[in-house]
Ligand binder design. Structure first.
Ligand code: F0G
Length: 362
């Protein structure tokens, strides 16, 4: 592989250039090429010879899948002579935009629902020097304002309503097809603003039409029960969930997500906050993969697809021997609050070997 001056490890633009909108500038932090990890325990839970893999997007440079879209959107914005960037965010988009804007040397403003952003994500946007504007309103209001502000064309919007973001994010599907040599049978993922499910479906379809895969997966999306507009088929005015990344009541890519679900013969469903938190600790403790709550929606969703009671109807029929991929979208360190609470029960002991041995307890 040819090493460039920009980076020794190439990002998604260099790897998939022929499938992406063209750009001379390459603003990259070496995103993509994330692990597709076989999960023996999830495979055993699904059973019947099925194999479950986890596409761990928390391993991207800013800790979420947003980096795939951001490298394309910001490279193209630089090509087009943009002077400043703007986005609305539940946290990860702003962290990613701030980092890539810093790399490109261009100012970036992020409009966020006040008091609703996970600590780690806010810290990232601050660290990278973005202009942070908290609003007294939710993500849907923030996105509306950002869209209006961008009409004077001084500000380039880097939310997933920018098609360059979707183009970049579809590379995750490309990687999966390249890793397996084919598409999986099922792809499970969390759904918020619905850009990612749109992007994966576009990626799978593109590689299928080029003959790189023999089949297309059923796309199975999961929304948080208190923020499930697509599932209920109506706007949710006051979305609520512990999974703050997907606390969205009026997703921008709603229609595209519907198309992906219908064309792929997939399904959309909901998981409760309790199911999300349970799946988050299960994944951390059973497979060593620590993800933020929104990301655990895909794992909670998989559990919902495998009812333990005999005769219970499954959400989705997964045939014997299926290959299933669950995308986990963001790193657990971004949103430590739900786990930090359990530190309250951890007491210190004197610095004496016997006391420490007793405290260990095994
Ligand atoms: N998982 C995480 C960790 C996210 O940050 C998001 C979206 C999603 C899932 C849902 O993806 O919106 O494409 O359906 N976060 C956006 C943000 C909204 O502003 O960071 P989606």
């Amino acid at each position: 592989m040819k090493a460039t001056k920009m980076s020794l490890s190439s990002g998604i633009i260099e790897r998939f250039r022929e499938f992406l909108p063209s750009s001379k500038a390459v603003v990259s932090l070496g995103e993509g090429n994330t692990p597709l990890v076989f999960s023996p325990k999830l495979s055993a839970i699904v059973g019947r010879g099925c194999e479950v893999f986890i596409k761990n997007e928390g391993i991207n440079p800013t800790g979420s899948f947003k980096d795939r879209g951001m490298t394309v959107a910001i490279s193209r914005a630089i090509d087009n002579g943009a002077h400043a960037l703007i986005c609305a965010s539940t946290g990860n988009t702003s962290a990613s935009a701030a980092a890539y804007a810093a790399r490109a040397g261009i100012p970036c403003a992020v409009v966020l629902p006040a008091g609703k952003i996970a600590t780690g994500k806010l810290v990232q946007a601050m660290a990278h020097g973005a202009k942070i504007v908290p609003i007294e309103g939710n993500f849907d209001a923030a996105l509306r304002i950002v869209q209006e502000l961008s009409e004077d064309r001084k500000l380039v919007v880097v939310n997933s309503i920018n098609p360059d973001r979707i183009a970049g994010q579809k590379t995750a599907a490309f990687e999966i097809v390249e890793d397996f040599g084919d598409a999986p049978d099922f792809h499970l993922l969390p759904v918020g603003n619905a850009g990612n499910i749109t992007a994966y479906w576009a990626g799978y379809r593109e590689f299928h039409s080029l003959g790189k895969s023999t089949k297309l997966p059923a796309m199975i999306g999961f929304q948080a029960a208190g923020a499930a507009p697509i599932f209920h088929n109506r706007v949710v005015d006051n979305p609520e969930t512990i999974a703050s990344a997907i606390r969205i009541g009026n997703p921008a890519s709603w229609k595209h997500a519907r198309a992906a679900l219908e064309e792929s013969k997939g399904a959309i469903n909901v998981v409760t906050d309790e199911e999300i938190l349970k799946a988050q600790s299960w994944l951390a403790q059973m497979e060593g993969i620590f993800v933020e709550p929104a990301s655990a929606a895909s794992i909670a969703g998989l559990f919902k697809c495998c009812p333990s009671e005999v005769g219970a109807k499954s959400l989705v029929e997964i045939p014997d021997g299926s290959r299933v991929v669950c995308t986990v979208t963001g790193h657990g360190l971004k949103d430590p609050d739900s786990i930090l609470h359990s530190m309250d029960n951890v007491e210190s002991v004197p610095a004496e070997i016997d006391k420490v041995r007793r405290a260990i307890g095994f």
